[in-house]
Design a protein around this ligand. Structure first.
Ligand code: HEM
Length: 575
């Protein structure tokens, strides 16, 4: 009956025949890690409105952004797809579908993640940057000589478990084999960026970094015993945290297409247990198990942090967790100022843990993946690389040879407004959106009437606008929409100075950039992310000579919920 209703309702919306009846075609491409490319190909074939699953319309018309991700009373809630991200039945800011709950949670995180607040934490970011630099300096020194020929004989790692690894990679997970190869010594910058962003977010969120840069790995020392839930995969191997987040995203992106599989309550828990133990696809089982392990890691960190806060001798560290706790307490007691609360009420631990886990999962690999993609685009275009170096040399100056302290590193104030650096980062984020497929919203029974391109959309319909397709739309970006051209983000004067008589480019309009999402559910961590991206790219380019290890190879990526570069291998030497 559902099928018949759906068929009648959406008879005017084109799309593949099977997708009218089942989500399996979409799930198949999601499982294959290429959902955004599949949806993109459907739009090329069928036009801007496509039925990609029985009740799901993808709309690639730029005007759809303001409808699907509308603000205020026209805002559409997140669809049941997001239930797949709920851990232990407690929704967080990212996956809650309830508007009131979302407003309350968003308010609690908005202040801690405001630009002012994040700026105050710059010294902690710099501390981790220094550690990253020390590690990369060591990689350079281990080459054949101080002036480095960028070549040496080394080992490289073959991937056997889908986890991104490369030679000289931190975070080597089990299941990978090593083999000796002749040739240059590649460094996997993506893996190092992961260590950096995980350490930063754990430092800011839990008061203590996870120590990945110190250990040169994203495998936690006690990860083999981290799952206390008796699940069969928790102790299988020493999986890196980045890989756990990737696996979790892949499982959720698949299961979210079948909402009955991701319910809450006793039935939901029962179904989850069965999936974890008996689902035939190991990727899904590992994804579910990874979710449990991440929750355990967040619980441990929060408990440790709370215990140290309760210790009278410990001075309170004014980090993200402290600010989040303060805001959450305020929202529990909205009429009182926090200072008036003599004895703070204990907060529900699960609420704090789910938000802390959200910071860890939403605020780490997204930034590392973006930084890796940005670096790849820069290195793939030597002219862009050269121009950036000129801009940085001119405005920041040469870094001390033996960096001894974090305050010798570039400051955010020095790099945040550099036009060409900012334009390059924006352009790379256009070419590579970590959330590349359309983020689904639903027209609920309570939604205001929704019309897309003259078509009235019935309640119960899921809608999404695919970032990958919008960010390559020729009407929006110009005929060269598929090309990487930072100039499109510069002001007219700056662009003509850079182009020097070469063909004009159509000026970019940031409202069509969906990399950080749009509307009321837009990324709340954008300030922190962009600060890290500016600092990371500026520091790395200032300090090192970099080349892509294989300039003929495209940037390879695999998509779960996020589109993640597999690796970015470079040759590296000190400038
Ligand atoms: C370059 C890095 C990042 C990218 C590309 C990115 C992208 C996104 C996108 C596309 C969304 C919307 C998701 C949706 O509608 O389903 C989102 C939401 C969110 N992001 Fe980020 N993000 C990044 C960094 C961060 C950081 C550093 C944090 C936190 C420290 C963070 C925390 C969040 C949270 C909490 C949400 C949910 C917001 C809500 O539903 O109200 N993100 N992010």
């Amino acid at each position: 009956r559902e099928w018949l209703i759906s068929r009648r309702r959406y008879k005017n919306i084109p799309g593949p025949f099977l997708s009218r009846y089942t989500s399996i075609p979409l799930a198949f491409h999601s499982r294959g890690g290429k959902r955004h490319l599949y949806v993109h190909s459907l739009h090329q074939k069928y036009g801007p409105l496509v039925l990609i699953a029985p009740r799901h319309i993808s709309c690639s018309h730029p005007d759809a952004i303001n409808v699907v991700y509308a603000q205020g009373e026209h805002a559409l809630p997140k669809s049941d797809f997001y239930k797949a991200f709920v851990v232990d039945g407690t929704p967080n800011l990212f996956n809650t579908q309830d508007r009131t709950e979302h407003t309350k949670r968003r308010k609690a995180l908005a202040h801690p993640l405001s630009y002012k607040s994040v700026k105050e934490m710059e010294e902690w970011i710099a501390g981790n940057m220094l550690k990253l630099i020390k590690n990369l300096d060591r990689k350079c020194e281990s080459k054949t000589g101080p002036t480095s020929q960028l070549t040496s004989r080394t080992t490289t790692t073959t991937r056997t478990n889908g986890v991104p690894l490369g030679a000289e990679t931190p975070g080597r997970a089990s299941g990978s084999e090593e083999k000796e190869v002749e040739g240059d010594c590649p460094v996997n910058m993506h893996a190092w960026f992961n260590c950096f962003t995980f350490d930063v977010i754990s430092d800011l969120a839990f008061g203590q970094s996870l120590g990945m840069l110190d250990r040169g790995t994203d495998v936690l020392p006690d990860s083999s015993s981290s799952s206390s839930r008796g699940n069969p995969y928790g102790q299988e191997n020493r999986t890196g945290v980045a890989a756990m987040i990737g696996l979790r995203g892949r499982a959720a992106a698949f299961l979210g297409l079948f909402p009955p599989l991701v319910g809450f309550g006793k039935t939901g828990m029962c179904i989850r247990w069965m999936l974890l133990h008996f689902w035939p696809d190991p990727l899904i089982r590992k994804g579910l198990s990874s979710s449990d392990m991440l929750s355990d890691i967040a619980t441990k960190c929060v408990r440790k942090r709370m215990a140290s806060t309760n210790d009278d001798n410990e001075t309170i560290r004014d980090d993200l967790l402290h600010r989040l706790l303060t805001e959450l307490r305020k929202s529990e007691k909205p009429d009182q100022f926090i200072d008036d609360i003599k004895e703070p009420e204990p907060l529900n631990e699960r609420v704090v843990v789910t938000e802390a886990m959200l910071l860890l999962t939403a605020g780490s690999d997204t930034t590392a993946d973006s930084a890796a993609a940005i670096l790849w685009y820069i290195l793939a275009q030597p002219a862009v690389h050269q121009r950036l170096i000129e801009e940085l040399d001119e405005n920041v100056g040469v870094l001390a040879h033996d960096l001894a302290a974090a305050d010798e590193l570039p400051k955010h104030d020095q790099v945040k407004s550099l036009p060409y650096l900012t334009a390059t980062i924006q352009e790379a984020l256009r070419m590579f959106a970590t959330n590349a497929f359309g983020l689904p919203r639903v027209v609920s029974d309570f939604s205001k009437p929704v019309t897309l391109m003259g078509t009235s959309i019935p309640p119960g319909t899921e809608l999404s606008v695919p970032a990958y397709t919008i960010q390559r739309d020729r009407d929006v970006w110009g005929e060269d929409a598929y090309e990487f051209k930072p100039e499109r983000w510069l002001s007219e004067d700056e662009a003509s100075e850079v182009l020097k008589g070469k063909d004009e480019v159509k000026k970019a309009d940031p409202k069509y950039l969906l990399t950080f999402g749009a509307g009321p559910r837009m990324c709340i961590g954008k300030n922190l992310a962009t600060m890290q991206l500016h600092l990371l790219i500026a520091t790395i380019l200032l300090r090192y000579k970099l080349e892509l290890y294989d300039p003929h190879k495209d940037l390879e990526a695999v998509e779960g919920f996020m589109n993640k570069p597999v690796e970015v291998l470079v040759k590296i030497a000190r400038r």
